[in-house]
Write a protein that binds this ligand. Structure first.
Ligand code: HEM
Length: 193
Protein backbone atom coordinates (compact mmCIF):
# COMPACT_ATOMS: atom_id res chain seq x y z
CA UNK A 1 0.00 0.00 0.00
CA UNK A 2 1.35 3.45 -0.87
CA UNK A 3 2.38 5.83 1.89
CA UNK A 4 -0.42 8.25 0.93
CA UNK A 5 -3.00 5.45 1.27
CA UNK A 6 -1.54 4.43 4.63
CA UNK A 7 -1.68 8.01 5.93
CA UNK A 8 -5.26 8.38 4.75
CA UNK A 9 -6.28 5.08 6.32
CA UNK A 10 -4.67 6.05 9.61
CA UNK A 11 -6.72 9.27 9.66
CA UNK A 12 -10.06 8.08 8.24
CA UNK A 13 -10.08 4.35 9.03
CA UNK A 14 -10.79 3.66 5.33
CA UNK A 15 -9.58 4.87 1.98
CA UNK A 16 -12.39 3.56 -0.22
CA UNK A 17 -15.25 6.07 0.04
CA UNK A 18 -13.17 9.22 -0.16
CA UNK A 19 -11.39 7.89 -3.23
CA UNK A 20 -14.71 7.96 -5.06
CA UNK A 21 -15.45 11.53 -3.95
CA UNK A 22 -11.97 12.66 -4.95
CA UNK A 23 -12.40 11.36 -8.49
CA UNK A 24 -15.42 13.65 -8.89
CA UNK A 25 -13.50 16.62 -7.58
CA UNK A 26 -10.73 16.01 -10.04
CA UNK A 27 -13.09 16.20 -13.00
CA UNK A 28 -14.68 19.35 -11.54
CA UNK A 29 -11.24 20.94 -11.25
CA UNK A 30 -10.47 20.17 -14.86
CA UNK A 31 -13.61 22.01 -15.90
CA UNK A 32 -13.08 25.03 -13.68
CA UNK A 33 -9.37 25.77 -14.26
CA UNK A 34 -9.20 29.29 -15.66
CA UNK A 35 -6.46 31.74 -16.63
CA UNK A 36 -5.64 34.29 -13.91
CA UNK A 37 -5.89 37.98 -14.72
CA UNK A 38 -4.39 40.13 -11.91
CA UNK A 39 -6.31 43.14 -13.30
CA UNK A 40 -9.64 41.57 -12.28
CA UNK A 41 -11.13 42.90 -9.03
CA UNK A 42 -11.00 40.64 -5.94
CA UNK A 43 -13.88 38.14 -5.61
CA UNK A 44 -16.62 39.23 -3.22
CA UNK A 45 -17.61 37.76 0.13
CA UNK A 46 -20.97 38.85 1.54
CA UNK A 47 -21.78 39.56 5.19
CA UNK A 48 -23.83 36.33 5.21
CA UNK A 49 -20.82 34.38 3.89
CA UNK A 50 -18.72 35.77 6.75
CA UNK A 51 -21.37 34.68 9.25
CA UNK A 52 -21.47 31.15 7.79
CA UNK A 53 -17.68 30.83 7.66
CA UNK A 54 -17.26 31.84 11.31
CA UNK A 55 -20.03 29.46 12.40
CA UNK A 56 -18.49 26.54 10.47
CA UNK A 57 -14.95 27.31 11.55
CA UNK A 58 -15.79 26.89 15.25
CA UNK A 59 -16.81 23.28 14.45
CA UNK A 60 -14.04 22.47 11.95
CA UNK A 61 -11.38 23.77 14.35
CA UNK A 62 -12.06 20.81 16.63
CA UNK A 63 -10.71 18.49 13.90
CA UNK A 64 -8.16 20.79 12.35
CA UNK A 65 -5.32 18.26 11.96
CA UNK A 66 -7.55 15.58 10.42
CA UNK A 67 -9.15 18.00 7.94
CA UNK A 68 -5.73 19.34 6.95
CA UNK A 69 -4.25 15.91 6.29
CA UNK A 70 -7.31 14.64 4.37
CA UNK A 71 -7.20 17.78 2.21
CA UNK A 72 -3.55 17.23 1.37
CA UNK A 73 -3.66 13.48 0.81
CA UNK A 74 -6.73 14.02 -1.40
CA UNK A 75 -4.96 16.73 -3.36
CA UNK A 76 -1.88 14.56 -3.90
CA UNK A 77 -3.93 11.52 -4.94
CA UNK A 78 -6.04 13.37 -7.46
CA UNK A 79 -3.14 15.51 -8.70
CA UNK A 80 0.13 13.55 -8.41
CA UNK A 81 1.93 16.42 -10.16
CA UNK A 82 1.26 18.62 -7.08
CA UNK A 83 2.78 15.92 -4.89
CA UNK A 84 5.90 15.80 -7.08
CA UNK A 85 6.23 19.59 -6.98
CA UNK A 86 5.81 19.60 -3.22
CA UNK A 87 8.41 16.91 -2.64
CA UNK A 88 10.90 18.27 -5.17
CA UNK A 89 11.35 21.13 -2.74
CA UNK A 90 12.86 18.53 -0.37
CA UNK A 91 15.87 16.20 -0.42
CA UNK A 92 15.30 13.19 -2.72
CA UNK A 93 15.88 10.54 -0.07
CA UNK A 94 13.28 11.75 2.45
CA UNK A 95 12.26 8.81 4.68
CA UNK A 96 8.61 7.78 5.20
CA UNK A 97 8.70 9.22 8.69
CA UNK A 98 10.11 12.57 7.57
CA UNK A 99 7.67 12.67 4.64
CA UNK A 100 4.73 12.08 6.99
CA UNK A 101 5.98 14.89 9.26
CA UNK A 102 6.44 17.30 6.32
CA UNK A 103 2.95 16.53 5.05
CA UNK A 104 1.40 17.11 8.50
CA UNK A 105 3.35 20.32 8.96
CA UNK A 106 2.23 21.81 5.66
CA UNK A 107 -1.37 20.64 6.22
CA UNK A 108 -1.41 22.42 9.60
CA UNK A 109 0.12 25.53 8.08
CA UNK A 110 -2.61 25.65 5.44
CA UNK A 111 -5.22 25.26 8.19
CA UNK A 112 -3.50 28.03 10.15
CA UNK A 113 -3.75 30.26 7.07
CA UNK A 114 -7.48 29.54 6.72
CA UNK A 115 -7.88 30.45 10.41
CA UNK A 116 -6.03 33.75 9.92
CA UNK A 117 -8.09 34.60 6.81
CA UNK A 118 -11.39 33.95 8.56
CA UNK A 119 -10.42 36.38 11.31
CA UNK A 120 -9.11 38.87 8.73
CA UNK A 121 -12.44 38.94 6.90
CA UNK A 122 -13.18 41.93 9.12
CA UNK A 123 -9.94 43.57 7.92
CA UNK A 124 -9.58 42.87 4.19
CA UNK A 125 -6.37 44.89 3.86
CA UNK A 126 -4.66 42.53 6.29
CA UNK A 127 -6.06 39.50 4.45
CA UNK A 128 -4.74 40.90 1.17
CA UNK A 129 -1.31 41.52 2.68
CA UNK A 130 -1.10 38.04 4.27
CA UNK A 131 -2.10 36.15 1.13
CA UNK A 132 -0.10 38.28 -1.32
CA UNK A 133 3.06 37.71 0.68
CA UNK A 134 2.28 33.98 0.96
CA UNK A 135 1.87 33.93 -2.83
CA UNK A 136 5.28 35.57 -3.30
CA UNK A 137 6.86 32.93 -1.03
CA UNK A 138 5.14 30.12 -2.97
CA UNK A 139 6.54 31.51 -6.20
CA UNK A 140 9.95 31.26 -4.52
CA UNK A 141 9.15 27.62 -3.59
CA UNK A 142 8.58 27.11 -7.37
CA UNK A 143 4.89 26.22 -6.94
CA UNK A 144 2.96 26.55 -10.22
CA UNK A 145 0.19 29.17 -10.18
CA UNK A 146 -2.40 26.67 -11.45
CA UNK A 147 -1.83 24.43 -8.40
CA UNK A 148 -3.09 27.06 -5.98
CA UNK A 149 -6.79 26.85 -6.79
CA UNK A 150 -6.80 23.05 -6.47
CA UNK A 151 -6.72 23.36 -2.70
CA UNK A 152 -10.24 24.86 -2.22
CA UNK A 153 -12.36 21.97 -3.62
CA UNK A 154 -10.32 19.42 -1.64
CA UNK A 155 -10.62 21.45 1.53
CA UNK A 156 -14.40 21.81 1.09
CA UNK A 157 -14.83 18.07 0.58
CA UNK A 158 -12.79 17.45 3.78
CA UNK A 159 -14.89 19.74 5.99
CA UNK A 160 -18.30 18.61 4.69
CA UNK A 161 -18.49 15.42 6.81
CA UNK A 162 -17.93 17.53 9.94
CA UNK A 163 -20.77 19.93 9.05
CA UNK A 164 -23.33 17.45 7.73
CA UNK A 165 -26.25 18.80 9.74
CA UNK A 166 -25.67 22.40 8.60
CA UNK A 167 -24.48 21.93 5.03
CA UNK A 168 -26.46 23.56 2.19
CA UNK A 169 -25.52 25.06 -1.19
CA UNK A 170 -25.31 28.43 0.57
CA UNK A 171 -22.65 27.03 2.94
CA UNK A 172 -20.71 25.50 0.07
CA UNK A 173 -20.87 28.86 -1.76
CA UNK A 174 -19.48 30.71 1.28
CA UNK A 175 -16.43 28.37 1.43
CA UNK A 176 -15.93 28.60 -2.32
CA UNK A 177 -15.95 32.39 -2.03
CA UNK A 178 -13.37 32.34 0.78
CA UNK A 179 -10.99 30.15 -1.25
CA UNK A 180 -11.55 32.27 -4.36
CA UNK A 181 -10.47 35.33 -2.38
CA UNK A 182 -7.48 33.60 -0.72
CA UNK A 183 -6.29 32.19 -4.04
CA UNK A 184 -6.86 35.48 -5.86
CA UNK A 185 -4.40 37.30 -3.56
CA UNK A 186 -1.94 34.39 -3.52
CA UNK A 187 -1.90 34.33 -7.32
CA UNK A 188 -1.63 38.12 -7.45
CA UNK A 189 1.47 37.83 -5.25
CA UNK A 190 2.88 35.10 -7.49
CA UNK A 191 2.38 37.31 -10.56
CA UNK A 192 4.03 40.29 -8.88
CA UNK A 193 7.59 38.89 -8.98
C1 HEM B 1 -4.36 27.68 -0.48
C2 HEM B 1 -3.21 27.09 -0.73
C3 HEM B 1 -1.98 27.07 0.16
C4 HEM B 1 -1.76 27.63 1.37
C5 HEM B 1 -2.72 28.47 2.21
C6 HEM B 1 -0.37 27.31 1.75
C7 HEM B 1 0.24 27.71 2.92
C8 HEM B 1 1.58 27.52 3.22
C9 HEM B 1 2.25 28.02 4.41
C10 HEM B 1 1.57 28.84 5.52
C11 HEM B 1 3.55 27.64 4.32
C12 HEM B 1 4.64 27.91 5.39
C13 HEM B 1 5.78 28.72 4.90
C14 HEM B 1 5.43 30.14 4.52
O1 HEM B 1 4.60 30.81 5.21
O2 HEM B 1 5.99 30.62 3.52
C15 HEM B 1 3.71 26.90 3.08
C16 HEM B 1 4.90 26.34 2.61
C17 HEM B 1 5.03 25.60 1.46
N1 HEM B 1 4.03 25.29 0.56
FE1 HEM B 1 2.11 25.89 0.69
N2 HEM B 1 0.19 26.54 0.75
C18 HEM B 1 -0.77 26.36 -0.22
C19 HEM B 1 -0.64 25.64 -1.39
C20 HEM B 1 0.49 24.95 -1.74
C21 HEM B 1 0.57 24.09 -2.90
C22 HEM B 1 -0.57 23.81 -3.88
C23 HEM B 1 1.81 23.60 -2.92
C24 HEM B 1 2.29 22.65 -4.00
C25 HEM B 1 3.39 22.26 -4.33
C26 HEM B 1 2.56 24.17 -1.79
C27 HEM B 1 3.90 23.97 -1.50
C28 HEM B 1 4.57 24.52 -0.44
C29 HEM B 1 5.99 24.34 -0.21
C30 HEM B 1 6.94 23.54 -1.09
C31 HEM B 1 6.28 25.01 0.97
C32 HEM B 1 7.70 25.14 1.54
C33 HEM B 1 8.03 25.03 2.85
C34 HEM B 1 7.73 23.79 3.65
O3 HEM B 1 7.66 22.65 3.15
O4 HEM B 1 7.62 23.99 4.87
N3 HEM B 1 1.69 24.97 -1.08
N4 HEM B 1 2.50 26.83 2.45
Amino acid sequence: MSLLKRIKRSVTGSSQTSEKKLAVIRSKNKETLTAFDPQNPPPEISARDVEILKECWKIVQQNVAEVGIITFVGLFETHPEVHDAFMSFRAINTSDLEYNAILRKHALRVMGTVDKCIYRLDNRDKLRELMTELGIRHKNYSVKIEFIELMGPQFISSIKPHLETLWTDEYEGAWENLFKLMCYYMKKGMCSI
